[in-house]
Design a protein around this ligand. Structure first.
Ligand SMILES: [Zn+2]
Length: 673
């Protein structure tokens, strides 16, 4: 009868007891978890003694553990293995959670205790992490509106709840429309150009929907579908692109246009209430970038050369195609040009990217070389889905680091994209170990067939594993700072750095082995990839910048700006920065821009290129200092990954790099000089 969330897990590494958890456990655990935390906060604020670190910050950091346990498991499930029940419950619970977070963040008595501690910070004699804890709480609560009067707070709570409902609804509709728009193909000849593994994945996906004998092209989150590079049938390519771009914009139950308008309007009004010009100004105030103007200055600087480079690339593609190419032709002909110019054949590379070798002899191998950690599969520990694999991570001296779990394959119950999250977050205060999860969306081949990854999937694998290492290595006292809990425009930096090992000679030689013949990938493949590093970067940078600028455009609207037409606003915003080339569509259009309308990257999609400045500069450092060595890895781990969110990240970067980041390596990398 007991709810499995009611006590901490007794399983190894605090793995949640998934086998005992059923749908009916979530709601009561959420309800009790919220009530418990409110009582814990009440105990802090009703303390007649003046605020001290011990009577305010410590109990605040230890509060809400039941809620944390259920929320971690529930939202992991919603993302990676959701169903109708969890989707319904999420829609119901999300506004309650938003209200709950407000009840704490906007609690005047709590805020005045934190404010008092903050004002006497210098005299408290605290260690650096504890001081920073007070600074972060004070900044976050102040920006969230804790200093508003009661009537303003009432309005604020209303906005937060409406936004929570609207963003949840956006996500739900987008998933439904994405599934609905998957292309059913009757005749296999229409899929000419796909690899056998891709065909079997398409057949398998159709079968799962009861369409035996047919083929299903399931959509991915971004505008461009990976199969557009190889499908020879132009009409099928056009249909895939049209389906991808239609998401959320078809009218009917799953249209998201009204939600886009509602969300941006509510966000702008909320920002005004909080004393900011726009939602972007409010969000970025608590990021390392500090103001939308600094973000715009950087994005604008990159947009012009990126669009110019894309036009040059387009001319080369049209010469190859012999006609004016459209968006659905771009990757098909860029592959041809890439092959002709650099003789890089990504399709020919795939037999060398067998998933298990990439994992063991690439992703894990690089981590062992850098950090001395080793990985042992723990088949005895079950995670949340039978496809999820569990690995114990051990330091060189035998100390357990934590668990790494991997959920590689796509399924209808999983949202699109790739990501990392934690199943339990490390903290000394709570005595918590750490379990991190990587999710990818690799199509599952028919049983008995190997999983051959694309070049991009291998890159994504290394990227997500970089987040995983950040989560695994961070050693902090306070739960607030665990793992990847740092600024959004910084958090991509460690994962981007980890991408560098994908093509590092010693690493790729070790993992890129032909799955049938056992031969190593020819050395010239890698040389050619490196020679072609800037190829198509005009396109890639443009489509990314378009999305980043679109996100800024929506969120620099003031509360007085009235927008009524999503498509027209989008077209205008992209034209203004010269990123309106129809052959180079934005990576996400507004109606399916999950990052910005439900994924927590609102006014923050710029973060990827913002943190790439740090990344490119760090790659230079590794190269200048001998590359893949234990010494370099240990330094990066000690000064950067291991710090988690427990100090100012730009300070941690300076500790590691010896100076602030410089932008030149990024411009060089993307050919934007
Ligand atoms: Zn990432």
């Amino acid at each position: 009868m007991t709810n499995p969330f009611s006590t901490p897990s007794s399983l190894p590494f605090g793995m949640p007891p998934f086998a005992d958890i059923t749908d009916e456990h979530y709601r009561p655990a959420f309800e009790r978890g919220m009530a418990e935390q409110l009582a814990e906060v009440e105990a802090i604020t009703s303390n007649p003694d003046g605020p001290t670190f011990e009577n305010t910050m410590i109990p605040l950091e230890t509060s809400g553990q039941l809620l944390d346990r259920v929320a971690t498991v529930f939202f992991n499930k919603v993302s990676a293995d959701g169903n109708d029940f969890t989707a319904e419950l999420e829609e119901e619970i999300a506004p309650l959670l938003a209200a709950h977070a407000d009840a704490i963040r906007l609690n005047s008595a709590l805020y005045s205790r934190i404010k008092e501690l903050h004002s006497s910070l210098a005299t408290l004699g605290l260690d650096a992490e504890s001081s920073y804890l007070i600074e972060r709480y004070f900044a976050e609560y102040t920006i969230a509106g804790a200093g508003l009067d009661e009537s303003q707070k009432e309005l604020l709570r209303g906005y937060n709840q409406k936004l929570s409902t609207a963003t949840t609804r956006f996500e739900k509709r987008l998933l439904a429309d994405t599934n609905d728009l998957a292309l059913v193909i009757d005749d296999v000849r229409e899929l000419d150009g796909l690899e056998p593994g891709e065909l079997s994945a398409a057949a398998e996906a159709a079968k799962e929907r009861g369409l035996d004998g047919k083929y299903l092209v399931t959509l991915v989150l971004p505008t461009g579908h990976p199969w557009l590079a190889s499908l020879t049938n132009r009409d099928v390519r056009a249909r895939i692109m049209a389906a991808s771009r239609a998401r959320g914009a078809r009218g009917g139950d799953w249209d998201t246009s009204e939600l886009v308008l509602e969300i941006t309007r509510l966000r702008a009004e909320r920002a005004r209430l909080l004393g900011f010009d726009s939602h972007a100004a409010w969000v970025i105030a608590d990021e390392t970038a500090k103001t939308p103007q600094r973000v715009a200055a950087m994005l604008d600087k990159l947009a012009v050369p990126a669009a110019r480079n894309a036009l040059k690339e387009q001319a080369a593609l049209q010469a190859q195609a012999g006609f004016a190419i459209e968006a659905h032709d771009w990757s098909f002909y860029s592959e041809k040009v890439r092959q002709a110019t650099y003789e890089v054949d990504e399709v020919a590379m795939r037999p060398y990217f067998e998933a298990e070798r990439v994992l063991q002899d690439g992703v894990f191998y690089a981590a062992t070389k850098l950090y001395g950690v080793t990985f042992t599969e723990r088949a005895d520990i079950a995670a949340y889905h039978p496809d999820v694999r569990v690995f114990e991570v051990t330091d060189e001296d035998g100390t357990a680091v934590g668990l790494y779990t991997l959920d590689l394959y796509t399924r209808d119950s999983k949202r699109g994209g790739a990501w990392m999250n934690s199943l339990i977050s490390q903290s000394r205060l709570l005595g918590h170990p750490v379990i991190v999860t990587n999710n990818l969306n690799v199509p599952k081949p028919a049983s008995g067939e190997p999983t051959l990854l694309t070049y991009d999937e291998v890159n994504t694998f290394f990227h997500e594993f970089g987040h995983a290492l950040h989560g695994l290595f961070a050693r902090v006292t306070y739960p607030r700072f665990a793992g990847t809990n740092t600024f959004r425009d910084f958090v991509e930096f460690p994962s981007q750095v980890n991408e560098m090992w994908m093509l590092w000679p010693e690493v790729i030689e070790n993992y890129a082995v032909h799955y049938e013949t056992g031969e190593r990938m020819p050395a010239e493949f890698v040389q050619k990839i490196q020679a072609s590093a800037q190829f198509n970067e005009g396109f890639a940078t443009s489509e990314y910048l378009a999305a980043a600028l679109l996100d800024q455009a929506w969120h620099t609207l003031t509360a007085d700006d009235i927008v009524t037409d999503v498509a027209a606003f989008e077209a205008g915003a992209l034209a203004r920065v010269g990123l309106n080339n129809p052959a180079v569509p934005t990576r996400y259009s507004s109606t399916y821009f999950q990052h910005t309308f439900s994924g927590g990257y609102d006014a923050g999609y710029y973060s990827y290129i913002w943190s790439e400045v740090l990344d490119a500069d760090t790659v230079e450092w590794f190269k200048a200092n001998g590359g893949l060595t234990r010494g370099n890895g240990d330094r990066f781990r000690r000064l950067l990954l291991g710090v988690g969110g427990s100090k100012d990240p730009l300070e941690a970067f300076r500790d590691f790099r010896g100076r602030d980041a410089e932008i030149q390596p990024l411009l060089d990398r993307r050919g934007l000089n």
